[in-house]
Design a protein around this ligand. Structure first.
Ligand code: PEP
Ligand code: MG
Length: 577
């Protein structure tokens, strides 16, 4: 039966394909004694053989679709499945305790995991704990007759359905086959949604119940433009949405014509439209969409994509590649923003009650100076290859900013003494994403070269509404006058003190927000690369004279976000014929 779910439109476009559920089955079991140890050992051996065959198949598909490197992890899993020390220990446990294979597997795996995890002086061995955990899960699923999702083995077009997707899940999706995704939870500015936009994957998040409403293989329409998901659509709906998808692609082709044109308003005022990236692999999208700069390089993805801390040289190479790739145009690289919804498997940090309010971003860097210094050295060395801006995330106090700058200057002095060349154009800036920093923008502006407003966080912290929680998404209001006043105050604070101000939060690429920001005189607009040409097209239609009153009205006359939305919509109807 056809059913429509409403969610949050997270990434533009239309996808029509069968559902692929990325949902872990319940693997709980009861410990039991067994009558026949032989039968239990045989049952266990069958689970090992089935798991091995399954992993071999996944490895082969992953090699073809994702590449040798991505398939490596499955080689490691096969080694564990073939390791008599591990498999023999489980067998012995069944025999000696006369217990069921599930209990023997669980007990043995826990032992191995804690041994590996305790090897704190050997990060390679520590990582093996994750492999043992994965392999044990697979054997357990076979023992219980359940099926684990295997995203790396997807070999046909699908829409991925999940309760939530972590940024690393999203990174592993193979774009050749994954045509879109839908989740139960999440918001438009959660990092998985941001990644979907950079991958140009249509996505709808926050549907509440998709994982319960859809079964593997059922047909789905994902409307990432309006936030609708249709389960088992009719033929007419499929045709209708395919048409909507084609219209969208045609519109995109129109925007493409603006790729090499400057970002100017109808009255000839020039602004910068920049791209946000997560890895050097995003560079083709940056060029295809005619970005005039990189306004935000989220370096944490470099840490998240590797199995251990990237070395100074690894980082240097990645930063250099991006800086050189921009041929002298500005590149703003943000120091790592780990914490909140971004974790590293190899960095065991204490659990926190409120991770978004905890040790995140610059707070984590200042607590772990060596890791921070390594990143700063890599950035400083890379600065010689173009026009770099180093940016600190989540600055809340002047003390944090001064500490971060002092460490940067120490590393810079050390490199200069060694004769290492540092770029002449190097700028140092900070994100304005903590309300405390926005309020004191005038004071912060005296100590940096630029600001970049991170609305994704600024909104969540101003409205006290988790950016990834769809239950409070009604409070996540970019157009709320309180948020707009903080933005205006930040831009004014920057300009009064002679520095430039950009925005790298998703609001910079929002059709309603954009005219307000233009009216406030924001200098640089940094967004998912796929939003650039839409915004450039809008900019060309607007005359700054017509927007003169807009900022003040939006900040000081309007009382609600809805009023502001209507204010801009009405004005746009009048100005754009
Ligand atoms: C922001 O908070 O607006 C931002 C750009 O940073 P991130 O989305 O990575 O938190
Ligand atoms: Mg942020």
């Amino acid at each position: 039966m056809t059913k429509t779910l409403k969610g949050i439109a997270a990434s533009d476009g239309i996808a029509v394909a069968p559902a692929y559920l990325l949902v872990e089955p319940d693997l709980s079991f009861a410990k039991k004694t067994v009558d026949s140890v032989e039968d239990e050992v045989a049952r266990y051996k069958k689970a090992i053989a089935d798991s091995t065959a399954e992993v071999e198949k996944i490895r082969d598909t992953a090699k073809k679709s994702l590449g040798e490197e991505e398939a490596q992890v499955f080689e490691a899993h096969l080694m564990i499945l073939n390791d008599p020390e591990f498999t023999g220990a489980i067998e012995n446990e069944i025999k000696s305790q006369k217990i069921n294979a599930e209990a023997a597997l669980d007990e043995t795996a826990q032992k191995f995991i804690s041994i590996f995890e305790s090897m704190t002086d050997n990060p390679y061995m520590q990582e093996r704990a994750a492999d043992v955990r994965d392999v044990s899960k697979r054997i357990m699923a076979h023992l219980l007759g359940k099926e684990l999702p295997n995203p790396a083995s997807i070999d046909h077009e699908v829409v991925v359905v999940a309760h939530d997707l972590t940024p690393s899940d999203t990174a592993q999706l193979n774009k050749k086959y994954v045509k879109g995704f839908v989740t139960d939870i999440g918001g438009r500015t959660a990092h998985s949604a941001i990644m979907a936009r950079s991958l140009e994957l249509p996505a709808v998040v926050g549907t509440d119940s998709i994982t319960k409403d859809v079964e593997n293989g059922q047909m789905l329409i994902v409307d990432g433009l309006d936030g609708d998901v249709i389960i088992e659509p009719t033929e007419t709906q499929i045709a209708e949405y395919k048409q909507k998808g084609e219209d969208f692609l045609k519109q995109k082709a129109e925007w493409r014509k603006l790729k090499d044109q400057p970002s100017v308003t109808a009255d000839g005022k020039k602004f910068t439209i920049a791209a946000n990236i997560g890895t050097p692999n995003d560079m083709p999208g940056v060029h295809e969409n005619g970005a005039e700069a990189i306004g935000l390089y989220r370096t944490e993805f470099l840490y998240m994509d590797s199995s251990d801390f990237p070395t100074e040289d690894d980082q240097f190479e990645a930063y250099k590649k991006v800086i050189e790739g921009m041929n002298g145009k500005q590149v703003i690289i943000r120091t790592m923003d780990i914490g909140g919804d971004k974790h590293l498997d190899y960095w065991d940090l204490p659990e926190e009650m409120n991770p978004f309010l905890g040790v995140r971003a610059i707070r984590l860097s200042l607590k772990n100076e060596e890791i921070f210094r390594t990143q700063l050295r890599a950035l400083l060395r890379a600065s010689a290859y173009g026009k770099l801006g180093i940016m600190f995330p989540m600055i809340g106090t002047l003390d944090e900013l001064r500490k971060a700058k002092a460490i940067l200057n120490e590393e810079k002095d050390k490199l200069v003494k060694k004769g290492v060349k540092i770029g002449d154009d190097l700028q140092v800036g900070m994100m304005i994403e903590v309300p405390a920093a926005a309020v004191l923008a005038d004071q912060f502006a005296k100590e940096v070269d630029f600001f970049s407003i991170g609305t994704n966080d600024l909104i969540q912290y101003t409205m006290a509404a988790d950016r990834g929680n769809d239950n409070v998404s009604y409070l996540y209001q970019p157009y709320n006058p309180s948020v707009l006043r903080l933005i205006k105050h930040t831009i004014d604070g920057a300009h009064e003190n002679g520095i430039w101000c950009g925005m790298c939060g998703e609001a910079a690429g929002d059709n309603i927000m954009f005219p307000i920001l233009l009216s406030m005189g924001l200098d640089e607009y940094s967004m998912s690369a796929t939003s650039i040409l839409r915004i450039r097209s809008l900019m060309k239609k607007l005359n700054t004279e017509d927007l003169k009153e807009l900022a003040n009205k939006a900040c000081y006359v309007s009382e609600t976000a809805e009023e502001n939305e209507k204010l801009v919509e009405d004005l746009m109807k009048k100005l754009i014929k």
